[in-house]
Design a protein around this ligand. Structure first.
Ligand SMILES: [Zn+2]
Length: 415
């Protein structure tokens, strides 16, 4: 899927020498934080909406003060007394993709975003930072959260759910929630089947197959009023839980949802670190946004390769390795090294796969064309699951990035 991505990140991936143990500063519960990001092609602002509490913390308990990847934004939990970084995570957003569209030159819009951090034992500062494609800070908001605040609403599980794979130990495993959009009460049997198929597709694909024991998958039965999803270019609109629709940013096959808060209410109370939304449609489409969500058309015959590709974006922050022959895109500008592990502008190739190239790893090279640009961006292999649906496998660099992410998230102690 073409991600209309224009964004990059800030420095990052740094840790302090004396990271705290999880139990020193956090409890086994989740603080959900909702924001609105507003702006246009020139500016960005962040506004805080609300905080919620749910039982159980599903995220990592080690590497708390280190970012897995740069991302296009980050959320940080800080000790207000000394500024010590207690927890951080990185993400990308649909809002930042939209900022690169023509529409963003004409109008200011707002996008919902939800994040979760471990529940703090005492008051903390929360800092949200967005960065632009030049890795410059474009917006930042810092506010205090006191866990004793009476206006933090507790949330309970809303929908019925099933454990599809794994079980228990969500502190040590990577928790993925699968939820359906456009499944009515009559379609729920189909949803359970589609959710199981999703897990089979992902865990049957290398390298996830060899890492299956480190994942939990839970399916949540969200019930929509109407069956199917909206197709605006045909004038077809339906009422579904997450209002997912084609024609995102007026691109026909780009299937996403902007109803992030509704989505999070549907899966409230379920421990998760990654969200996969199955849209009940046979049309080709989907999208994947790093640490935000994976969305795929469950009934399409390209379901399997698209699911793996989009999850590559959402889980491992992998970039698209495809490009357009004659169209210039400035998503990844010259002179700026992308944060994604599988493309490079050769500004800092050392930080990418130079070691694998030097070691003459099989199938690894430096191929010009990637990140939507035919010139000035390089990818690691002739073909990869992040380039075409026809390619069976991830390239060696993408495989390594997935394994590294799994190791990072399941390490109990800071390294
Ligand atoms: Zn690759």
């Amino acid at each position: 899927m073409k991600r209309l991505l224009c964004i990059l990140t800030a420095a990052l991936v740094s840790g302090t020498a004396f990271a705290r143990d999880f139990g020193e500063v956090f409890e086994n519960a989740t603080l959900r934080l909702d924001y609105v990001f507003t702006g246009n092609s020139q500016s960005s602002q962040i506004a805080f909406l609300a905080a919620y509490k749910t039982k159980v913390w599903a995220g990592r308990r080690g590497n708390l003060d280190r970012l897995p990847l740069g991302g296009n934004g980050r959320i940080e939990v800080l000790d207000p007394e000394n500024g010590e970084l207690l927890y951080c995570n990185s993400f990308s957003t649909l809002f930042q993709e939209w900022q690169c569209t023509e529409e963003a030159t004409r109008v200011t819009k707002g996008f919902e975003n939800c994040f979760q951090v471990p529940w703090p034992k005492k008051a903390v500062d929360i800092r949200i930072t967005l960065t632009d494609k030049y890795r410059r800070e474009s917006a930042s908001l810092t506010h205090t959260i006191d866990p004793k605040d009476i206006l933090i609403r507790p949330l309970k599980t809303k929908n019925s759910w099933r454990q599809i794979h794994g079980g228990g130990g969500c502190g040590e495993k990577i928790d993925v929630v699968i939820v359906g959009d456009g499944y009515t009460s009559r379609n729920i049997k189909q949803f359970w089947a589609d959710a199981s198929r999703t897990v089979s597709v992902l865990l049957g694909h290398h390298p996830f197959d060899s890492l299956a024991g480190r994942f939990n998958f839970i399916a949540v039965a969200a019930v929509s009023d109407d069956s199917g999803v909206s197709v605006p270019h045909e004038g077809k609109w339906v009422n579904t839980c997450m209002s997912s629709h084609f024609d995102t940013f007026y691109t026909e096959r780009y299937l996403t949802t902007s109803s992030i808060r509704n989505l999070w209410f549907e899966i409230a109370g379920i421990p998760f670190e990654q969200i996969i939304v199955l849209s009940n449609t046979a049309r080709y489409g989907g999208g994947g946004i790093y640490n935000s969500l994976t969305l795929v058309a469950a009934g399409n015959n390209k379901f399997a390769p698209v699911t793996v590709h989009e999850f590559g974006h959402a889980f491992a922050g992998l970039a698209d390795e495809y490009f357009y022959d004659d169209s210039y895109s400035d998503n990844y500008p010259d002179g700026v090294e992308p944060w994604e592990p599988n493309i490079t502008t050769r500004v800092d190739f050392e930080a990418k796969w130079k070691d694998m190239l030097d070691a003459a790893a099989e199938g690894v090279g430096l191929f010009e064309g990637g990140g939507y640009r035919s010139k000035g961006v390089w990818r690691p292999a002739a073909d990869c699951r992040m380039r075409t649906n026809e390619c069976e496998d991830f390239c060696p660099v993408c495989k390594r990035a997935i394994v590294r992410m799994v190791d990072f998230l399941t390490s109990e102690k800071s390294e």
